[in-house]
Ligand binder design. Structure first.
Ligand code: ZN
Ligand code: ZN
Length: 479
């Protein structure tokens, strides 16, 4: 697909991108390369930028549904997007950056890696986030160069998957080569049950597909390695790492303090307290799902969420796992002499360069803590730029539910004349939730404005508009 910036084979595109990105020493904004066609988008790293671009990113998961991210997606469309995301999680040996890869090594649970893959891949290619590496369980300093290279040679692209997950036990998957699996759904079930069954079957099939896709890449990798060993002329295997590269990567690695696995240096460094963190752990850190604040006075809050003001729904920014500073973010300083793979030189020709400075030492003396808004920092939020949209959608869902409840209430009062009807509706709505200045709440209060003949779709459209306005107003308060 178009979201892998400049593949190695396309030398022209790679050169083009490189010359652009080196024109300024420190780019003030992140650039996303649009692939061989050379189309580029500029993305500011500020929150406002993230929220606004989330709606119009052409490479992002939202693109299939058109410009409006608030538009409801069909089940088929959601499935297609999910499948594409899983495809993006496949580790491919040709997509290599400084000896690492663009997709995670060990994550099999999709919930953990539900980040925006085009964002993460771009950050890795731009050398702003450490690539994903196959880790070692342990490292022994006494290993010789040959021993270490042999161990690295044996590393797979992805950790083995558990073929029989308990969650998919007994779920039929049918023929994976066929896209249609409607026939697997029990039509005697209720609509709701059918929907639930469909999602279960879809997820079980997707899991098996993911294993197949990764296996295919593993085989390609293995075959190429074997071929390269036999070949006299190694030119064709330019994506494979040289012996020097394998040795240099793993000889001076470090343990990630969260997963305790041994990775090539440099690792990412937390912006606040300068602690190491591997990319595999970093991409899993995310905001909690939208929820009501826990610390409220329970006596006054209704037990049913639909009774509560949707504007109170929140989603706090992530905290640093080491020092709990809010708005977690990292920086990454690549080794300049090891720029190989995508937008770098050919991995196979890499030769060891004597580096007088210890990378660990360099990293520690490099800087003090940095603000989340610093342009070197990659925040957790930037990997899932649609968090604001998700939050708004959840608020809208609750608002819609209470509007539906109101509509039902009104339909029971239709005996009253129309002007009384609307005033009784208004007083009913406002008495249930006190007036707030926020637009969403206004939308709810506005139910009194709608004629009793308004269809649910009309009310919903109105509320979507209100929510978009709210989103823009919140994200850009100066305008
Ligand atoms: Zn880790
Ligand atoms: Zn910290």
């Amino acid at each position: 697909m178009g979201n892998v910036p400049g593949k190695l084979e396309n030398e022209n595109a790679v050169r083009f991108n490189r010359s652009l990105s080196t024109s300024s020493a420190l780019p003030s904004s992140r650039t996303i390369s649009g692939g061989p066609n050379g189309s580029r988008k500029t993305r500011t790293s500020s929150m406002v930028g993230n929220i606004l671009t989330a709606g119009r990113r052409s490479e992002s998961s939202e693109s299939l549904s058109g410009a409006n991210p608030y538009k409801r997606k069909s089940t088929k469309e959601k499935e297609r997007l999910k499948e594409r995301h899983v495809k993006d999680l496949t580790v491919k040996y040709q997509e290599t950056v400084d000896g690492g890869f663009l997709a995670p090594y060990g994550s099999s649970s999709l919930e953990k890696v539900d980040y925006d893959a085009s964002v993460v891949k771009s950050l890795i290619v731009e050398r702003r986030l450490a690539p994903f590496y196959a880790p070692l369980q342990d490292f022994d300093e006494s290993w010789s160069r040959e021993e270490l290279i042999k161990i690295v040679d044996g590393l797979p692209l992805h950790a083995p998957f558990n073929e029989d997950l308990e969650a998919f036990d007994g779920v039929p998957i049918g023929d994976l080569s066929q896209s249609d699996f409607e026939y697997l759904i029990d039509k005697s079930l209720s609509r709701r049950e059918q929907r639930r069954q469909r999602s279960k079957i879809f997820n079980a099939r997707l899991y098996q597909k993911r294993i197949l896709w990764q296996e295919r890449e593993n085989e390609k990798f293995l075959e190429t390695k074997l071929e390269a060993k036999r070949a006299v002329d190694g030119q064709r295997f330019s994506s494979l790492p040289s012996g020097d590269l394998k040795f240099d990567l793993y000889r001076t690695g470090a343990e990630c303090p969260i997963c305790f696995l041994y990775y090539p240096q440099p690792l990412n460094v937390s912006r606040c307290c300068l602690q190491l963190i591997c990319s595999e752990c970093f991409v899993q850190i995310k905001r909690a799902e939208p929820h009501f604040p826990h610390d409220q006075d329970d006596s006054s809050t209704p037990a049913d969420d639909s009774e509560r003001d949707p504007n109170l729904l929140t989603s706090e920014p992530t905290n640093c796992p080491y020092c709990a500073t809010p708005d977690f973010g990292i920086t990454y300083q690549p080794v300049v002499t090891r720029r190989v793979g995508l937008q770098g030189s050919v991995p196979l020709t890499y030769k060891h360069v004597t580096d007088s400075e210890d990378p660990e030492q360099k990293e520690a003396t490099r800087r003090g803590s940095l603000a989340a808004s610093d342009r070197q920092v990659v925040t957790s939020d930037s990997l899932r730029p649609d968090w604001q949209i998700k939050l708004n959608k959840e608020r809208m869902r609750l608002a819609r539910r209470s509007a539906n409840a109101t509509a039902i209430h009104v339909s029971h009062q239709l005996v009253a004349p129309s002007h009384q009807e609307s005033s009784s509706l208004r007083s009913h709505t406002t008495s249930r939730s006190p007036p707030h200045p926020e637009p969403i709440n206004r939308a709810e209060v506005n139910t009194g404005r709608w004629p009793s003949t308004a269809t649910a779709a009309e009310i919903e459209n109105e509320m979507i508009e209100q929510a978009i306005k709210l989103s823009l107003a919140e994200s850009n308060p100066t305008k």
